[in-house]
Design a binder for this molecule. Structure first.
Ligand code: PCA
Length: 324
Protein backbone atom coordinates (compact mmCIF):
# COMPACT_ATOMS: atom_id res chain seq x y z
CA UNK A 1 0.00 0.00 0.00
CA UNK A 2 1.23 3.46 -0.94
CA UNK A 3 1.62 6.09 1.73
CA UNK A 4 1.85 9.58 0.42
CA UNK A 5 2.64 12.34 2.78
CA UNK A 6 2.00 15.76 1.35
CA UNK A 7 3.30 18.77 3.13
CA UNK A 8 0.90 21.53 2.35
CA UNK A 9 2.73 24.58 1.07
CA UNK A 10 2.96 27.41 3.53
CA UNK A 11 1.50 25.48 6.45
CA UNK A 12 2.72 22.96 8.97
CA UNK A 13 -0.13 20.54 8.34
CA UNK A 14 0.91 17.14 7.04
CA UNK A 15 -1.80 15.23 5.24
CA UNK A 16 -1.39 11.48 5.17
CA UNK A 17 -3.23 9.56 2.47
CA UNK A 18 -3.23 5.81 2.17
CA UNK A 19 -3.26 4.82 -1.51
CA UNK A 20 -5.60 6.67 -3.83
CA UNK A 21 -9.28 7.30 -3.15
CA UNK A 22 -10.07 4.16 -5.17
CA UNK A 23 -7.50 1.74 -3.71
CA UNK A 24 -9.15 -1.60 -2.96
CA UNK A 25 -8.25 -4.40 -0.58
CA UNK A 26 -9.59 -7.86 -1.35
CA UNK A 27 -9.51 -10.64 1.23
CA UNK A 28 -8.94 -14.05 -0.34
CA UNK A 29 -10.08 -17.03 1.79
CA UNK A 30 -8.31 -20.35 1.17
CA UNK A 31 -9.11 -23.64 2.91
CA UNK A 32 -5.75 -25.41 3.13
CA UNK A 33 -2.74 -25.03 5.39
CA UNK A 34 -0.44 -22.04 4.86
CA UNK A 35 2.46 -24.39 4.13
CA UNK A 36 0.58 -26.17 1.32
CA UNK A 37 1.64 -25.35 -2.25
CA UNK A 38 -1.84 -24.09 -3.22
CA UNK A 39 -1.64 -21.54 -0.40
CA UNK A 40 1.90 -20.50 -1.29
CA UNK A 41 0.92 -20.17 -4.92
CA UNK A 42 -2.09 -18.09 -3.91
CA UNK A 43 0.13 -15.80 -1.85
CA UNK A 44 2.43 -15.37 -4.87
CA UNK A 45 -0.60 -14.62 -7.03
CA UNK A 46 -1.83 -12.03 -4.53
CA UNK A 47 1.59 -10.35 -4.50
CA UNK A 48 1.69 -10.39 -8.30
CA UNK A 49 -1.63 -8.50 -8.48
CA UNK A 50 -0.72 -6.10 -5.68
CA UNK A 51 2.64 -5.30 -7.34
CA UNK A 52 1.22 -5.02 -10.86
CA UNK A 53 -1.37 -2.48 -9.69
CA UNK A 54 1.09 -0.62 -7.41
CA UNK A 55 -1.17 -1.48 -4.50
CA UNK A 56 -4.31 -0.04 -6.08
CA UNK A 57 -5.74 -3.56 -5.86
CA UNK A 58 -4.27 -5.32 -2.86
CA UNK A 59 -5.10 -8.99 -2.35
CA UNK A 60 -4.55 -10.55 1.07
CA UNK A 61 -4.77 -14.35 1.40
CA UNK A 62 -6.23 -16.08 4.47
CA UNK A 63 -5.17 -19.78 4.36
CA UNK A 64 -6.21 -22.66 6.59
CA UNK A 65 -9.92 -21.81 6.53
CA UNK A 66 -9.19 -18.89 8.88
CA UNK A 67 -11.60 -16.44 7.22
CA UNK A 68 -14.14 -18.92 5.81
CA UNK A 69 -14.04 -22.71 5.97
CA UNK A 70 -13.70 -24.59 2.68
CA UNK A 71 -17.39 -25.39 2.56
CA UNK A 72 -18.35 -21.72 2.93
CA UNK A 73 -15.93 -20.10 0.51
CA UNK A 74 -17.82 -20.41 -2.76
CA UNK A 75 -21.03 -18.94 -1.36
CA UNK A 76 -19.08 -16.11 0.27
CA UNK A 77 -17.70 -15.12 -3.15
CA UNK A 78 -21.04 -15.52 -4.92
CA UNK A 79 -22.80 -13.27 -2.45
CA UNK A 80 -20.00 -10.69 -2.38
CA UNK A 81 -19.00 -11.24 1.28
CA UNK A 82 -15.54 -11.52 -0.25
CA UNK A 83 -14.56 -10.73 -3.82
CA UNK A 84 -12.18 -13.64 -4.41
CA UNK A 85 -11.28 -17.04 -2.95
CA UNK A 86 -10.06 -20.56 -3.59
CA UNK A 87 -12.29 -23.63 -3.54
CA UNK A 88 -12.28 -27.31 -4.37
CA UNK A 89 -15.06 -27.05 -6.97
CA UNK A 90 -15.82 -30.77 -7.03
CA UNK A 91 -17.36 -30.39 -3.58
CA UNK A 92 -20.17 -28.49 -5.36
CA UNK A 93 -21.04 -31.21 -7.89
CA UNK A 94 -24.50 -31.38 -6.28
CA UNK A 95 -25.14 -27.89 -7.74
CA UNK A 96 -23.88 -28.84 -11.18
CA UNK A 97 -22.30 -32.18 -12.17
CA UNK A 98 -19.79 -30.30 -14.35
CA UNK A 99 -18.08 -29.14 -11.13
CA UNK A 100 -17.33 -32.80 -10.38
CA UNK A 101 -15.57 -33.56 -13.65
CA UNK A 102 -12.12 -33.70 -12.01
CA UNK A 103 -13.15 -36.29 -9.40
CA UNK A 104 -14.39 -39.16 -11.56
CA UNK A 105 -12.17 -42.12 -10.61
CA UNK A 106 -9.70 -43.18 -13.31
CA UNK A 107 -10.89 -40.68 -15.93
CA UNK A 108 -7.71 -38.55 -15.74
CA UNK A 109 -4.95 -40.10 -13.64
CA UNK A 110 -1.81 -38.07 -14.46
CA UNK A 111 -0.85 -34.39 -14.45
CA UNK A 112 -0.90 -34.31 -18.27
CA UNK A 113 -4.34 -35.92 -18.40
CA UNK A 114 -5.57 -33.54 -15.71
CA UNK A 115 -4.52 -30.53 -17.81
CA UNK A 116 -6.16 -32.03 -20.90
CA UNK A 117 -9.40 -32.76 -19.04
CA UNK A 118 -9.43 -29.25 -17.60
CA UNK A 119 -9.00 -27.69 -21.06
CA UNK A 120 -11.80 -29.92 -22.38
CA UNK A 121 -14.10 -28.95 -19.49
CA UNK A 122 -13.27 -25.25 -19.34
CA UNK A 123 -16.04 -23.88 -21.62
CA UNK A 124 -18.74 -25.79 -19.68
CA UNK A 125 -17.13 -24.94 -16.33
CA UNK A 126 -16.96 -21.24 -17.13
CA UNK A 127 -20.58 -21.23 -18.28
CA UNK A 128 -21.69 -23.02 -15.09
CA UNK A 129 -19.78 -20.52 -12.95
CA UNK A 130 -21.15 -17.55 -14.85
CA UNK A 131 -24.69 -18.67 -13.97
CA UNK A 132 -23.62 -18.31 -10.34
CA UNK A 133 -22.10 -14.83 -10.62
CA UNK A 134 -18.58 -16.30 -10.63
CA UNK A 135 -15.56 -16.11 -12.90
CA UNK A 136 -12.75 -18.66 -13.00
CA UNK A 137 -9.31 -17.06 -12.63
CA UNK A 138 -7.08 -20.11 -12.37
CA UNK A 139 -7.18 -23.76 -11.42
CA UNK A 140 -4.43 -26.04 -10.08
CA UNK A 141 -4.60 -29.83 -9.58
CA UNK A 142 -3.85 -31.60 -6.33
CA UNK A 143 -1.36 -34.46 -6.66
CA UNK A 144 -2.86 -37.87 -7.56
CA UNK A 145 -5.25 -39.41 -5.04
CA UNK A 146 -4.46 -42.51 -3.00
CA UNK A 147 -5.78 -44.23 0.12
CA UNK A 148 -4.85 -43.75 3.79
CA UNK A 149 -5.47 -46.37 6.48
CA UNK A 150 -4.56 -47.23 10.04
CA UNK A 151 -3.71 -50.77 8.94
CA UNK A 152 -2.45 -52.76 5.98
CA UNK A 153 -5.07 -53.09 3.24
CA UNK A 154 -4.76 -55.34 0.20
CA UNK A 155 -8.30 -55.56 -1.14
CA UNK A 156 -11.71 -53.97 -0.83
CA UNK A 157 -12.62 -56.74 1.61
CA UNK A 158 -10.13 -55.19 4.07
CA UNK A 159 -11.93 -51.82 3.80
CA UNK A 160 -15.44 -52.99 4.70
CA UNK A 161 -17.02 -51.16 7.62
CA UNK A 162 -14.24 -48.57 8.06
CA UNK A 163 -15.16 -45.02 8.97
CA UNK A 164 -14.05 -42.91 6.04
CA UNK A 165 -13.28 -39.21 5.70
CA UNK A 166 -14.76 -37.78 2.47
CA UNK A 167 -14.23 -34.32 0.93
CA UNK A 168 -16.89 -34.31 -1.80
CA UNK A 169 -19.83 -36.38 -3.11
CA UNK A 170 -17.59 -38.50 -5.28
CA UNK A 171 -15.38 -39.59 -2.36
CA UNK A 172 -18.53 -40.39 -0.33
CA UNK A 173 -19.79 -42.50 -3.21
CA UNK A 174 -16.45 -44.31 -3.43
CA UNK A 175 -16.78 -45.14 0.26
CA UNK A 176 -20.30 -46.48 -0.21
CA UNK A 177 -19.24 -48.67 -3.10
CA UNK A 178 -16.37 -50.11 -1.04
CA UNK A 179 -18.55 -50.75 2.02
CA UNK A 180 -17.13 -47.92 4.15
CA UNK A 181 -19.01 -45.25 6.11
CA UNK A 182 -18.33 -41.76 4.78
CA UNK A 183 -18.39 -38.47 6.69
CA UNK A 184 -17.44 -35.20 5.01
CA UNK A 185 -14.66 -33.43 6.95
CA UNK A 186 -12.57 -30.38 6.08
CA UNK A 187 -8.86 -30.97 5.42
CA UNK A 188 -8.13 -28.60 8.32
CA UNK A 189 -9.81 -31.08 10.71
CA UNK A 190 -8.35 -34.30 9.36
CA UNK A 191 -5.71 -34.89 12.02
CA UNK A 192 -8.23 -34.45 14.80
CA UNK A 193 -10.67 -36.82 13.06
CA UNK A 194 -8.04 -39.55 12.80
CA UNK A 195 -6.68 -39.12 16.29
CA UNK A 196 -10.12 -39.41 17.89
CA UNK A 197 -10.94 -42.41 15.67
CA UNK A 198 -13.87 -40.52 14.15
CA UNK A 199 -12.35 -41.79 10.89
CA UNK A 200 -9.97 -44.62 10.02
CA UNK A 201 -9.44 -44.01 6.32
CA UNK A 202 -9.51 -41.37 3.59
CA UNK A 203 -8.71 -40.83 -0.04
CA UNK A 204 -6.47 -37.83 -0.71
CA UNK A 205 -3.07 -36.83 -2.03
CA UNK A 206 0.22 -37.31 -0.22
CA UNK A 207 -0.05 -33.55 0.26
CA UNK A 208 -2.95 -33.46 2.69
CA UNK A 209 -1.67 -36.37 4.78
CA UNK A 210 1.67 -34.62 5.01
CA UNK A 211 0.25 -31.12 5.65
CA UNK A 212 -1.92 -32.52 8.45
CA UNK A 213 0.70 -34.94 9.81
CA UNK A 214 -1.69 -37.87 9.86
CA UNK A 215 1.21 -40.14 10.95
CA UNK A 216 0.91 -38.43 14.35
CA UNK A 217 -2.73 -39.52 14.47
CA UNK A 218 -2.29 -43.27 14.03
CA UNK A 219 -2.33 -43.45 10.23
CA UNK A 220 0.21 -46.05 9.09
CA UNK A 221 -0.34 -46.87 5.41
CA UNK A 222 -0.64 -44.86 2.21
CA UNK A 223 -1.46 -46.65 -1.04
CA UNK A 224 -0.71 -44.91 -4.32
CA UNK A 225 -3.74 -45.37 -6.54
CA UNK A 226 -3.50 -42.32 -8.85
CA UNK A 227 -7.28 -42.41 -9.04
CA UNK A 228 -7.83 -38.76 -10.08
CA UNK A 229 -6.42 -35.25 -9.52
CA UNK A 230 -9.08 -32.90 -8.10
CA UNK A 231 -8.54 -29.19 -8.59
CA UNK A 232 -8.62 -26.04 -6.53
CA UNK A 233 -10.08 -23.11 -8.42
CA UNK A 234 -9.58 -19.44 -7.68
CA UNK A 235 -12.86 -17.68 -8.31
CA UNK A 236 -13.80 -14.04 -8.41
CA UNK A 237 -17.21 -12.42 -7.96
CA UNK A 238 -18.30 -11.29 -11.42
CA UNK A 239 -19.63 -7.93 -10.35
CA UNK A 240 -16.50 -7.15 -8.37
CA UNK A 241 -14.41 -8.05 -11.41
CA UNK A 242 -16.58 -6.04 -13.81
CA UNK A 243 -16.27 -2.95 -11.59
CA UNK A 244 -12.46 -2.90 -11.86
CA UNK A 245 -10.60 -0.55 -14.21
CA UNK A 246 -9.19 -2.32 -17.28
CA UNK A 247 -5.58 -2.30 -16.10
CA UNK A 248 -6.57 -4.08 -12.86
CA UNK A 249 -8.62 -6.67 -14.74
CA UNK A 250 -5.58 -7.26 -16.88
CA UNK A 251 -3.32 -7.60 -13.83
CA UNK A 252 -5.66 -10.24 -12.39
CA UNK A 253 -5.86 -12.30 -15.57
CA UNK A 254 -2.13 -12.06 -16.33
CA UNK A 255 -1.16 -13.05 -12.79
CA UNK A 256 -3.74 -15.88 -12.97
CA UNK A 257 -2.14 -17.36 -16.10
CA UNK A 258 1.23 -17.33 -14.32
CA UNK A 259 -0.27 -18.85 -11.17
CA UNK A 260 -1.91 -21.71 -13.08
CA UNK A 261 1.41 -22.66 -14.67
CA UNK A 262 3.48 -22.20 -11.49
CA UNK A 263 0.90 -24.10 -9.40
CA UNK A 264 0.99 -27.09 -11.73
CA UNK A 265 4.75 -27.36 -11.31
CA UNK A 266 4.49 -26.90 -7.54
CA UNK A 267 1.93 -29.72 -7.40
CA UNK A 268 4.24 -32.04 -9.36
CA UNK A 269 7.16 -31.24 -7.03
CA UNK A 270 5.01 -31.64 -3.92
CA UNK A 271 4.01 -35.19 -4.88
CA UNK A 272 7.35 -36.90 -4.21
CA UNK A 273 8.26 -34.44 -1.47
CA UNK A 274 5.19 -35.38 0.53
CA UNK A 275 5.58 -39.15 -0.06
CA UNK A 276 9.07 -38.76 1.40
CA UNK A 277 7.62 -36.76 4.28
CA UNK A 278 5.02 -39.43 5.05
CA UNK A 279 7.81 -42.04 5.13
CA UNK A 280 9.89 -39.85 7.43
CA UNK A 281 6.82 -39.69 9.66
CA UNK A 282 6.95 -43.47 9.89
CA UNK A 283 4.33 -44.48 7.34
CA UNK A 284 4.54 -47.16 4.67
CA UNK A 285 4.00 -45.59 1.25
CA UNK A 286 3.60 -48.01 -1.65
CA UNK A 287 1.52 -48.72 -4.75
CA UNK A 288 -1.85 -50.36 -4.09
CA UNK A 289 -1.85 -54.13 -4.70
CA UNK A 290 -2.89 -55.29 -8.16
CA UNK A 291 -6.05 -56.77 -6.65
CA UNK A 292 -7.07 -53.57 -4.89
CA UNK A 293 -6.28 -51.48 -7.96
CA UNK A 294 -8.41 -53.62 -10.27
CA UNK A 295 -11.31 -53.67 -7.79
CA UNK A 296 -11.13 -49.89 -7.56
CA UNK A 297 -11.01 -49.58 -11.34
CA UNK A 298 -14.26 -51.53 -11.57
CA UNK A 299 -15.85 -49.08 -9.14
CA UNK A 300 -14.40 -46.32 -11.31
CA UNK A 301 -16.36 -47.67 -14.30
CA UNK A 302 -19.59 -47.55 -12.29
CA UNK A 303 -18.86 -44.01 -11.12
CA UNK A 304 -17.91 -42.82 -14.62
CA UNK A 305 -21.25 -44.06 -15.91
CA UNK A 306 -23.07 -42.39 -13.02
CA UNK A 307 -21.31 -39.10 -13.74
CA UNK A 308 -22.08 -39.30 -17.46
CA UNK A 309 -25.73 -40.00 -16.65
CA UNK A 310 -25.94 -37.00 -14.34
CA UNK A 311 -23.96 -34.60 -16.58
CA UNK A 312 -25.93 -35.44 -19.75
CA UNK A 313 -24.94 -33.81 -23.05
CA UNK A 314 -22.50 -31.45 -21.37
CA UNK A 315 -20.66 -34.38 -19.82
CA UNK A 316 -20.52 -36.16 -23.16
CA UNK A 317 -19.15 -33.03 -24.88
CA UNK A 318 -16.40 -32.79 -22.26
CA UNK A 319 -15.43 -36.47 -22.41
CA UNK A 320 -15.42 -36.45 -26.23
CA UNK A 321 -13.12 -33.39 -26.26
CA UNK A 322 -10.90 -34.98 -23.61
CA UNK A 323 -10.54 -38.25 -25.52
CA UNK A 324 -9.78 -36.59 -28.86
N1 PCA B 1 -6.45 -32.77 -0.62
C1 PCA B 1 -7.73 -32.18 -0.36
C2 PCA B 1 -8.53 -32.42 -1.59
C3 PCA B 1 -7.74 -33.31 -2.45
C4 PCA B 1 -6.44 -33.43 -1.78
O1 PCA B 1 -5.46 -34.03 -2.25
C5 PCA B 1 -8.39 -32.81 0.82
O2 PCA B 1 -8.03 -33.92 1.21
O3 PCA B 1 -9.31 -32.20 1.35
Amino acid sequence: MKRITTLLAGSAIALSVTGSAFAEKWDMPMAYSASNFHSKNGADFAKCVTDATSGELEIVTHPGGSLFKGGEIKRAIQTGQVQIGERLLSAHANENPVFGVDSVPFMATSFDASVKLHEAAKPELEAALEEQNLKLLYSVPWPPQGLYFKKEVNSIEDMKGLKFRAYNASTSRLAELTGMQPTQIEAAEVQQAFSTNAVESMVSSGATGYDRKVFDAGVTNYYEVDAWLPRNSVLVNQEAFAALPDDQKEALTTCAVEAEERGLNMSKDYTQFTYDGLREGGMTVEPASAELKSELEKIGETMTQEWLDSAGDKGKTIVDAFKK
